[in-house]
Design a protein around this ligand. Structure first.
Ligand code: FAD
Length: 300
């Protein structure tokens, strides 16, 4: 199927894109990588009257270390994050980027588009939650810096106002014995996850955890910050019992719906397994070990 007719506008800057969006009104949509929007338009589930294309804006895609943060331009493609030497400082970013769909989707899809889309099954949001990332927006009223935990408010819903765009994602770089890991379970490569877990730990030494963050994807209308799972680890020696308590708390925090990917019970058990795996990988990385991590597939 081909999309319904639409007007096409090529923005030369984010300011121009914002102005165009306001002028064109509610029926206009931003086009980033097009990997969520174009399929919806082809199915005629989305019929925007106008598209404002961000793809030709100079300087909108970058991964840069600035002070104690990694700054990622909204138009940075998943594949650029997969290959970025700067992003390699946080292996959890590679865990996520390298497993999104297939090469074609990764070469076109952007992190800004993924965050703005707020798909409950998207891979980036749980990772950015575990990292305590902040979203920089730009719009008619200037810039805002919004914690990712406040940015996504519901399924496919964010705090973006009319004419406002995602400009940048800011991720704190982790100091000392800090590390994270992400894993998602998928039926096969080019589909969204059935469930996913992102874990970030800050260790005092090999055993004692100063702080942990746990976030879950695909098991609620929004990504879930599993605070009780993090509490089971924070300020604790990480024993097998603590790991088990964290996994159980993550299962309790999940709010999965049954669908073609599996029953709610199945997804809950999956969350426990994924949390354990991500946590063990994060702990090993915090000890300085090199751990390959990423998405798990039911079928290749
Ligand atoms: C076959 C297939 C499989 C996929 N599998 C996965 C997967 O496993 N995991 C996963 O996370 N994703 C998956 N995706 C989605 C992919 O990651 C998309 O790239 C992403 O969700 C949207 O990014 P985009 O740049 O393509 O955005 P677009 O499709 O261009 O835009 C998506 C929405 O966000 C808005 N938007 C885009 N950029 C901005 C911005 N800077 N500011 C404000 N609004 C903006 C658009 O107007 C639109 O409403 C898959 C896609 C396909 C086609």
């Amino acid at each position: 199927m081909i999309p319904a007719p639409f007007a096409y506008h090529r923005a030369a800057s984010l300011a121009e894109a914002s102005r165009l969006l306001l002028e064109l009104g509610e029926e206009a949509r931003v086009l980033a990588g097009g990997q969520s929007l174009i399929p919806l338009m082809k199915l005629r589930l989305a019929r925007p009257a106008a598209l404002v294309d961000l793809n030709h804006i100079p300087g909108a895609a970058y991964v840069e270390k600035r002070g104690a943060e990694l700054h990622i331009g909204a138009m940075t493609r998943h594949s650029a994050l997969e290959d970025s030497p700067q992003a390699a400082a946080l292996p959890i970013l590679h865990d996520c980027a390298a497993g999104i769909a297939d090469v074609q989707v990764r070469n076109m899809g952007t992190i800004g588009g993924s965050v703005a889309e707020a798909d409950p099954h998207g891979d980036w949001a749980p990772v950015l939650l575990a990292l305590n990332a902040r979203i920089v927006t730009t719009g008619p009223e200037g810039e805002r810096v919004v914690p990712i935990s406040d940015f996504i408010t519901d399924a496919f819903t964010t705090v973006l106002r009319p004419g406002e765009l995602v400009r940048e994602i800011r991720v704190p770089l982790q100091a000392g014995r800090s590390a994270g890991a992400y894993t998602a379970f998928k039926r096969c490569a080019p589909v969204y996850p059935t469930a996913s877990a992102a874990v970030q730990v800050h260790m005092m030494d090999e055993d004692f955890c100063i702080e942990a963050r746990v976030a879950l994807g695909s098991v609620g209308l929004t990504p879930i910050v599993a605070t009780e799972a993090a509490a089971a680890l924070t300020g604790q020696a990480i024993t097998p019992l603590a790991i088990e308590r964290a996994a159980e708390a993550a299962m309790a925090a999940a709010d999965p719906q049954p669908d073609l990917r599996g029953s709610a019970d199945y997804k809950r058990v999956l969350v426990g397994a994924l949390t354990r795996r991500a946590l063990l990988a994060a702990l090993a990385r915090a000890r300085g070990e090199r751990v390959e991590m990423g998405h798990e597939y039911a079928a290749l």
